[in-house]
Design a protein around this ligand. Sequence first.
Ligand code: ZN
Length: 180
Amino acid sequence: MRAVGATAAALAVPAVFLSASRRASAAQPQYVLWLERMDTGEQVADAFSLDGKSVYNPGYYRLCAALRDAHVAPAEGDVYISITLIELLWGVQQALLEQGVRQPIVIHSGYRTPETNARTEGAATNSLHMYGKAVDFEVPGVDIYDLANLCWECPRSGGVGAYGGGWVHLDTGPRRYWSG
Ligand SMILES: [Zn+2]
């Protein structure tokens, strides 16, 4: 796995991303994120942290791999995804679980190499997808605009884009909302 942009630095100093009220149980990891890739159908459900304070690398790496750019070889397409983005997706999934929605987050696009981004219709030229800081996804059975609203309400979400074609864009950049 390789580093892109500044995401490697984020690993060296894991973000303090959880409030003191959310304590992990040693017996049952809480910080499990359940992802499915739309293109291959593969599913990953792994913990990115065991204690809510530090990153659990084996699980984190598997989640990064699930967000890879599959248009290129793994050496090129498997990168360190922003841990903030992983936490954001987890927050979205937790909010859905609280509403009784028990479904994977289905990934349309995670990391993109510059070449893949250039070939992606409608993609921004300096897209945060190229830095492992953006993801496009849907959740089965959840309306796209409801999902976008839920993302917007999640603490620390950056950009949220609702696409009527069937996905939500979520990133860790400046806070902004759009629909496309
Ligand atoms: Zn996007």
